[in-house]
Design a protein around this ligand. Structure first.
Ligand code: 1C4
Length: 436
């Protein structure tokens, strides 16, 4: 019984994301260490599932672990500078071998996981090729980085053509220069460049950790680009510095969101894409919570927020017609395209007085400061409109306003038209006022 309720709830939660992601491009960068055993099988199954839902996929894989392990087996110590491998001739040969093997393993895993998806009889077509050109990284701090390269150009048109054909585009960490040399590149650089070139909906990095961790080792769920930059400036720098840098570059160059999450945790990719709470660390250009003016498309969401509270007598009843007529007075609080709260600024014939009305934060998001944000937003809106007094009328929430600096007032203090409404309503609401 409970399982059915859980499933129905989960399915309803996922449905808007399924619709939203259809036809969208995701660039997924996966660390080499996740390309074997169970993590690879699960990734392949999830990619097949996503492809069957119409998501356009570009998979960029790394090979660091495999190259390092092979070098170690040969008794050689890998050389790094600034977290990047210094690639000599021998390491380059290894990088080529490893890249070929990984491509084959990924293709095989994508084939074998097909039976778990709706496209049972039709394997997902995989396109690999020379989708990017490279150039040498050169000499950094006096150190010759050898065959370590950087992305020179992404062949966007070829990738888009393959995606249009329904293929998953698979890109390994190698690139060739125009003079015919091969370079060893970093997975995160390629994924970042692809996501920017394709104007991807999301850049996703699958890594060993559960996301970006703070200095206490705790997951940071949301970072704006500015917060991520502050994190990078810390001393000592965070261990995931280069990944954070890539995430920031992507969102500052048109990618809506970068998500960094665990590739070991079964289901994290699906949770990230199809649940409200997501998984791992989100990096976005701007702050995640956004309060904006409401428009008529928001009415169904506002209605869903306010109806239960109207039933309980906490809010005044507002008809659909009223909402349509007064939608310009409403603001909504949005997080990740989901509306979690609303508030309205009512005006009166006295231009210096306003009323904070219809304040709601959805139950699952309460006690997280959203109410406070909506209040601060309304203070600003009222001040910008030249108001000096903001009223709030409440039957249940008086304490909340008093704790935030409102004074107890009386019906006599209200603008006359609001006083009449209060008496007519018979609600006997308490009156509070804030001097702006
Ligand atoms: N009384 C006192 N404290 C309260 C409280 C309450 N009813 N509800 C929550 N708090 C406290 C929490 O315990 C928490 O305290 P803590 O743990 O930090 O010490 C703190 O507030 C949380 O603050 P927050 O900033 O995280 O606030 P949110 O939870 O995000 O949002 C709301 C606070 C009150 C907005 C939220 O709890 C909510 O949506 N409640 C249900 C709806 C509600 O009561 N809205 C206020 C309406 S008054 C009506 C209208 O229709 O225009 C009626 C007009 C009339 O004539 O009667 C309004 C304004 O809309 N008026």
């Amino acid at each position: 019984m409970n399982t059915s309720v859980g499933f129905v709830g989960d399915f309803r939660e996922a449905a808007p994301y399924i619709n939203y992601l259809r036809g969208k491009t995701l660039v997924i960068g996966v660390a080499g260490s996740l390309l074997a055993g169970e993590p690879l099988k699960r990734l392949a199954a999830d990619l097949n599932l996503l492809a069957s839902l119409g998501v356009r996929l570009v998979l960029v894989h790394g090979s660091r672990l495999q190259i390092t392990a092979t070098l170690a087996a040969q008794g050689r110590t890998p050389a790094y500078h600034n977290g990047r491998r210094i690639t000599d001739e021998a390491a380059l040969q290894l990088a080529k071998q490893v890249s070929g093997m990984l491509r084959s393993d990924i293709e095989a895993a994508l084939c074998s996981s097909i039976s778990q998806t709706p496209q049972r009889s039709k394997p997902l077509s995989v396109a690999s090729g020379n989708f990017l050109s490279a150039r040498p990284l050169g000499i950094i701090d006096g150190i010759d980085m050898g065959y370590t390269g950087q992305v020179r150009k992404i062949d966007t048109e070829s990738i888009v053509n393959r995606l249009d054909d329904g293929a998953l585009v698979l890109i390994g960490p190698l690139g060739h220069s125009l003079s015919g040399k091969t370079f060893n590149l970093s997975m995160s650089d390629i994924a970042e460049a692809c996501a920017i070139a394709l104007n991807a909906e999301k850049l996703i990095y699958l890594i060993e950790e559960e996301g970006i961790l703070n200095s206490d080792g705790l997951l940071m769920t949301n970072l704006s680009a500015q917060e991520a930059r502050q994190l990078m400036a810390q001393q000592p720098p965070p261990p995931q510095l280069r990944l954070i840098q890539s995430a920031v570059n992507a969102v500052e160059n048109g990618v809506a969101r970068t998500q960094i999450l665990s590739g070991r945790d079964d289901g994290s990719l699906i949770r990230e894409l199809f649940t409200r709470h997501g998984a791992g660390t989100s990096v976005a250009r701007d702050s995640f919570v956004n309060i904006r003016a409401a428009h008529s498309d928001d009415i169904p969401n506002i209605t869903a927020l306010i109806r239960p509270l109207e039933e309980q007598g906490i809010l005044l009843r507002r008809s659909r017609e009223y909402l349509e007529d007064q939608i310009h007075t409403f603001s909504v609080l949005e997080h990740d395209r989901h509306i979690y709260g609303c508030v309205a600024l009512k005006t009166f014939s006295d231009p210096h007085s306003g009323e904070l009305a219809c304040l709601v934060v959805s139950p699952e998001a309460q006690d997280g400061g959203y109410g406070e944000l909506l209040l601060a937003h309304l203070f600003k809106k009222a001040r910008d409109a030249g108001m000096t007094r903001l009223f709030a009328l409440s039957t249940h929430t008086g304490e909340w306003f008093v704790e935030r600096g409102f004074q107890t007032a009386s019906a006599q203090d209200l603008p006359p038209e609001r006083r009449r409404d209060l008496i007519d309503s018979g609600r006997n609401s308490k009156v509070f006022v804030y001097v702006l």
